[in-house]
Design a protein around this ligand. Structure first.
Ligand SMILES: [Fe+2]
Length: 226
């Protein structure tokens, strides 16, 4: 796993900003997993969009309400039973454990929710984050198909940003609070990524109405990963 560390220079005044964040990246060593997942997402897309038509919001991503992104509450790829989906979830779990190990952290009880982003020509994902409250933890994405696009992560203090190339088969972990967005996609085929949020499900978390802890009858449950 590659760890990217991004941090401020030492503070010279009491009021100087101080920040640091980490990205974790790993490439899956199995092209079949990438291709089969891509096919599975495209196979399920129409059914999911039909079943949940008129429901959900795109959470500021700009991809529109009738998108796989905006239906993210209503399905959870971490709970899919197809062998390729199970293999993907196992890959995320293994890499998550490795990411925490890099910092000497023990593995807390962790819950997750995973959805797909299917973009077509001229679409992009606009600047957004996955949660800035006091429970904010880790999010990530896994690239299935794209050409010449990147994801941009924004420094929380001076709002500068850096770009990470989107490479099929690459998994990236980032702090959920980080503001991020993508290039506009200009390609003939679909640009497909999977995105996910991880939650640390301690007692306090369970008692709250945390933004990611849904209760609506249509909501797919979060899955305990570890
Ligand atoms: Fe995102």
């Amino acid at each position: 796993m590659n760890i990217g560390k991004f941090y401020s220079k030492p503070k010279h005044t009491f009021f100087s900003p101080s920040w640091e964040y980490y990205l974790g990246q790993a490439d899956v060593n199995n092209p079949f997993l990438v291709n089969d997942l891509k096919a599975l997402i495209l196979h399920k897309e129409k059914d999911i969009l039909t079943q949940f038509a008129g429901m959900g919001v795109d959470a500021g991503t700009g991809v529109g309400a009738e998108s796989m992104t905006a239906k993210y509450r209503f399905y959870n790829i971490f709970d899919w039973k197809e062998p390729v989906a199970v293999a993907y979830t196992e890959f995320v779990k293994e890499q998550y454990k490795m990411f925490l190990k890099e910092f000497g952290l023990s593995i807390p009880p962790t819950w997750g929710r995973c959805w797909a982003n299917v973009l077509r020509n001229k679409q992009s994902i606009k600047s957004h984050n996955h949660g800035c409250d006091s429970y904010s933890y880790l999010s990530g994405h896994f690239v299935l198909a794209t050409q010449n696009t990147g994801t941009y992560y924004q420094n929380p203090a001076d709002l500068t940003w850096h770009k990470e190339e989107n490479i099929p088969g690459r998994l990236t972990f980032f702090p959920s609070y980080l503001q991020h967005w993508t290039d506009e996609y200009t390609g003939g085929e679909e640009r497909i990524t999977l995105a996910f949020d991880l939650y640390v499900a301690d007692e306090e978390f369970r008692k709250t109405n945390h933004y990611g802890y849904f209760h609506d009858e249509h909501d797919a449950p979060e899955i305990q990963l570890l």
